[in-house]
Design a protein. Structure first.
Length: 302
């Protein structure tokens, strides 16, 4: 009689089926970084130029309110390696650039917030194309371009004093009509607005002072969103799947919001002084400039 192998027990079969059905744990997403001993100098904002295939990184290179004309913008490859550290630089005779912060693109025009003006440069050549002043502004911070081409900029309402930075009372969100600034909202209750995202139907604003996140419509009417776990908020982006990401200096993290009712969860942790976020070159990737560490972090969000 031929030898027969015993059948496994019903319980064992069920266990094997269950184990086969369980998804294998994914390895944790890895940081890809530009090391701090390279050419960044107080990187404040990062912007992915999909047409050019490069990251643009604004570098304050000194005090955020000092008109020293030594700010610069770097061009970085998609893999995080440098192309030109000082592509647009205030040191050039034809260029004025003091403390560049937020940036946005519309067509071939790069818009850069610089203390009390928005400066315009050519996306490819970097040549200066003019400037748009904001009367009374003290700390222009982030720039966004809406679906209709309208350019917006935040004023975080800060001034320099002997202790560093102090409230100036100029907290505002501005938009431009033919290069002329007009108010969307202006009041200290805005909580020192920092990062801004322009979308169909209005603006998403995150605040460095109050830690609030809110929506502003075209009339400046405010509707608060769920508050993140920690404040000192800087950048804001939205992934293709609708996920909202904000960076928090206080939390040393990037927080994620998948639903308008919350909750916020941690998408990236252990990032010191994460400044103005940008979308990454890959789907689901975020670029994070580390303000104090002079480093750019590229991180896959899962």
């Amino acid at each position: 009689m031929p030898h027969r192998r015993p059948f496994p027990s019903v319980a064992l079969v069920a266990l094997l089926v269950a184990l086969a059905a369980c998804p294998k744990p994914e390895p944790p997403p890895q940081h890809r970084t530009v090391l701090p001993d390279t050419g960044f100098r107080t990187p404040e904002s990062v912007l992915w130029d999909a047409r050019g295939g490069v990251y643009l990184v604004s570098n304050i290179n000194g005090a955020p309110l000092e008109k020293d004309d030594n700010g610069f913008i770097s061009r970085i490859q998609a893999n995080g390696q440098p192309m030109v550290w000082r592509w647009i630089k205030g040191a050039d005779t034809a260029v004025a650039l003091h403390a560049p912060k937020g940036m946005a693109l519309a067509g071939d025009t790069l818009f850069v917030a610089d203390i009390d003006v928005v400066r315009l440069f050519h996306r490819v050549s970097g040549a200066p194309l003019g400037e748009w002043p904001v009367p009374g502004a003290t700390f222009l911070n982030d720039v966004a371009v809406g679906p209709d081409g309208t350019v917006y900029v935040t004023d975080s309402g800060l001034r320099a004093d002997s202790a560093g930075l102090a409230p100036s009372g100029t907290d505002a969100v501005w938009r431009f009509r033919s290069g002329v600034a007009e108010t969307v909202a202006r009041d200290t209750s805005l909580g020192r607005p920092n990062g801004i995202l322009a979308e169909q139907g209005g603006l998403i604003v995150v605040t460095f002072g109050s830690g609030a996140v809110y929506h502003l419509d075209a009339r400046g009417t405010r509707a608060d969103l769920v508050r993140p776990p920690a404040g000192s908020l800087d950048g804001v982006v939205r992934l293709a799947d609708g996920t909202l990401l904000v960076s928090s200096w206080e939390g040393k993290a990037v927080y994620r919001l998948r639903s308008v009712v919350g909750p916020w969860t941690v998408a990236v942790d252990s990032v010191e002084a994460p400044a103005d976020l940008g979308l990454g070159s890959q789907p689901g990737e975020v670029a994070i400039p580390l303000f104090n560490a002079n480093r750019l972090v590229l991180r896959a969000i899962r």
